[in-house]
Ligand binder design. Structure first.
Ligand SMILES: [Zn+2]
Length: 409
């Protein structure tokens, strides 16, 4: 066990050093060539460097907590204690262990979260005061808690009722939950944090005819283009495509509309319509289901191997004492698959960029929008290739600009 922990810790330490301290000068030259000046490049690099410490601090805390709970025999002792209570079935014992984990997690992560908030304020990247930050945090916490209880209860009910084939059924259940979340998030969850106003009811309503032309060209059944009051939280600019079936919609940040020209907005909207045209939400859910199938199969093998073996001494795969081990394996699995997941999303993003150029047909506006987005968001425009490979869900700005320059209608 000690060897396994040492091996995991060394891998994470090497990744921390590689992704935080090893420079890649070639990327800086490319950023200059793409049109960024030295201060944009230096700002983005510095902000990313500082944020890495929060990111790796959070990773260290999470990994430390999960290793402590999963590998020290702690979960066996606590599960036995909960199971000894009269009338407390396995499902309740699992929920009790989950609550202990959440309480410990909160004690460790609140100070880190507050430090992150201070840091964002210092960089001018947050418009929230501390009270609002706490309010949003606990609102999100409550929503996540509902989701987590559904997942944990569903998962252990499957392990108890169908111990041989649970791993074949769980991925379908997860996709059903994913679809339900995608359907409900835009109508129930997102409005708890921001207001969403139809574009034609905002001060940017003059954009509507151009937007409608673009939608007609894309031939997608867009019901709603909404403007979100993102400036409440920060000056970050963005647009996204969300929802499932009848709740599908495109959301534009008010910060985006304030900062960009009409042609640039058209180019950004073209990108979101591209995701829609190419059915990226459904493809993402399908790929996620296949990945979950593989993940659940591996999890099943690991739980079987932990039966009767120290430090878990599981009585069966549905033993509540296995919950921290399940969480540790999911954490490590998500790290192992992160490069693949990000490669897929970068592929989707490149496709949406091409769709935007084909729809809006304005290379110069596309490039101008990319330059402006990166500057306003203080993005790192000179990332090292290994950081892109590991962490980036989107292609680097420089690559997107190069792609637009090389694009031929
Ligand atoms: Zn996109």
């Amino acid at each position: 066990m000690k060897t396994a922990v040492l091996l995991i810790a060394s891998c994470f330490f090497l990744l921390f050093v590689l992704t935080t301290f090893v420079p890649f000068p070639g990327a800086i030259q490319e950023a200059h060539a793409a049109g960024f000046d030295s201060s944009d490049i230096a700002n983005g690099l510095q902000l990313t460097f500082e944020r890495r410490f929060f990111f790796w601090g959070a990773t260290l805390l999470e990994l430390g907590l999960l290793c402590f709970l999963a590998l020290t025999g702690w979960s066996r002792r606590w599960a036995d204690r909960f199971l000894a209570w009269p009338h407390l079935g396995r499902i309740y014992a699992v929920l009790a262990i989950g609550l202990v984990y959440l309480a410990l997690h909160e004690v460790l992560f609140v100070p880190l979260g507050v430090a992150r908030w201070y840091h964002a304020r210092a960089w001018g990247m947050s418009n929230l005061d501390l009270a609002d930050w706490f309010r949003e945090r606990y609102l999100a916490y409550g929503i996540n808690l509902i989701g987590e209880v559904i997942v944990v209860v569903g998962f252990y009910a499957l392990l108890i009722l169908l111990p041989r084939v649970w791993w074949l059924i769980a991925p379908l259940g997860l996709s059903a939950l994913g679809i339900a979340y995608a359907f409900l998030a835009p109508i129930w969850i997102n409005p708890l944090f921001n207001t969403f106003t139809p574009l034609e009811e905002t001060q940017w309503r003059h954009q509507q005819p151009r937007v409608q032309d673009l939608i007609d060209k894309a031939k997608v059944p867009v019901q709603e283009i909404l403007v979100m009051n993102a400036s409440r939280q920060s000056n970050h600019t963005n647009a996204y495509f969300t929802g499932f079936g009848p709740t599908r919609r495109i959301v534009l940040y008010d910060t985006l509309l304030k900062n960009h020209t009409d042609a640039e907005i058209e180019s950004i909207l073209g990108h979101e319509l591209g995701h829609w045209q190419l059915d990226h939400i459904n493809k993402g859910i399908l790929l996620g289901t296949l990945a979950a199938l593989l993940g659940c199969f591996v999890l099943d093998r690991c739980l079987l191997a932990a039966i009767g073996r120290a430090p878990w001494h599981l009585h069966s795969i549905a033993d509540p004492a296995g919950l921290p081990l399940v969480m540790l394996l999911i954490f490590l699995g998500s790290w192992i698959t992160m490069p693949v997941t990000n490669a897929v999303t970068r592929y989707f993003e490149r496709q949406a960029d091409t769709a935007s150029l084909e729809l809006a047909g304005q290379t110069e506006a596309f490039i101008a929008a990319e330059l402006k987005l990166a500057k306003v968001n203080k993005s790192n425009v000179a990332p090292a290739p290994w950081n892109v490979w590991l962490f980036s869900s989107h292609p680097p700005t420089v690559e997107r600009i190069r792609m637009a320059r090389e694009w031929k209608p």
